[in-house]
Design a protein around this ligand. Structure first.
Ligand code: AMP
Length: 320
């Protein structure tokens, strides 16, 4: 067990400083897929000592644009490994005072290894920019898929919810709370598997916390009311997500923010008649969206729920 104070110290020692004065060498690693174990080990050894630069990559088409920069398809020249290169501008990060958040995101995400969590292989920087070397999610944003379909079938929703539950069980086992599960933070991999892609609000913790974060519609009552919260916030958000998958809108949506807050705190949960959703699905959602955080359905129990058992593809891959 590593205390969080130590992690913070480690992060600040290890991670890139946005200040140009501090130019510590920072190692990063990429593990290459599709190479024999021995060669891979050799590569990993070399990469652990490697300083990445932009010249190590061929830059391809833009994949998207975020708040602080752009994401490009890229190929690592030596291995031909395809990655997504996220380019962030230091000036914009500094202006928005999110350096600390980025540091935490990189530190946490680079240590997680799960099929439903986007890999962060490494990072490097130059005078103006920070580059994150990310796993490429070939099928893009889940949010766009949901917009296209309006809502998902129960099989598709259950497959995604089960995969996310497994990924969150893994995170919580490592004392990492995600705190911002929502469609915009999810990508789809080449096989159709869902991937948690954004750890900007995540936290490595051993204690209960008070920080208000996350997106309005997905905030649990304890965060709306700024009382202490723990890993069960992710169960609530997964319940909201499950609802949005099935109905196309989040459950506590309202015109005014204050009304959304009120609906969340009162757990004003209503199931519209259309689209038609099974009573098993509604039962699962009702067991996750529970005000008392200790009473929310535990994630391992979720995986045993009849709606998940009957609908989720055990491979975690939605085949259409
Ligand atoms: P972000 O800055 O993380 O919000 O990323 C901006 C956009 O780039 C996203 O909305 C995606 O469309 C795309 N994108 C980001 N990361 C990846 C990735 N690893 N694989 C594929 N597309 C990505």
């Amino acid at each position: 067990m590593i205390p969080s104070v130590f992690i913070c110290k480690l992060v600040s020692l290890l991670f890139l400083s946005l200040s140009p004065i501090l130019s510590l060498y920072l190692g990063s690693s990429i593990s290459f897929m599709g190479i024999s174990t021995e060669t891979q080990q050799q590569h990993e050894k070399e990469n652990a000592q490697k300083r990445w630069t932009l010249s190590d990559f061929d830059i391809g088409k833009p994949l998207g644009r975020g708040k602080f920069g752009h994401v490009y398809l890229a190929r690592e020249k030596r291995s031909n490994h395809i990655v997504a290169l996220k380019v962030l501008f230091k000036s914009q990060l500094q202006q928005s005072q999110v350096e600390h958040q980025l540091r935490r995101e990189v530190e946490i995400q680079s240590h997680l290894r799960h099929p439903n969590i986007l890999r962060l292989y490494g990072y490097f920087y130059d005078q103006k920019r920070i580059y994150l070397i990310l796993q490429y999610a070939a099928r893009g944003e889940l949010y766009k898929e949901l917009q296209k379909c309006k809502y998902f079938s129960e099989r598709r929703a259950a497959t995604y919810v089960a995969s996310l539950a497994r990924a969150l069980i893994y995170c919580h086992g490592k004392h990492v709370i995600h705190r911002d599960i929502k469609p915009e933070n999810l990508l789809i991999g080449a096989q159709g598997e869902i991937k948690i892609a954004d750890f900007g609000w995540s936290v490595h913790t051993f204690n209960r916390r008070r920080t208000m974060c996350g997106t309005l519609d997905y905030l649990p009552p304890e965060m709306v009311e700024s009382v202490e919260h723990d890993a069960s916030v992710d169960i609530w958000s997964l319940g909201v997500l499950c609802y949005e998958f099935l109905y196309g809108v989040p459950p506590f949506e309202a015109r005014e923010h204050s009304d959304t807050y009120r609906r969340i705190v009162q757990v004003d949960l209503k199931f519209p008649p259309k689209p038609i959703v099974s009573s098993y699905a509604k039962d699962l959602i009702s067991q996750m969206l529970v005000k008392e955080s200790t009473q929310r359905l535990a994630l391992h129990k979720l995986l045993e729920h009849p709606w998940i058992v009957q609908n989720a593809d055990p491979s975690g891959i939605y085949r259409g």
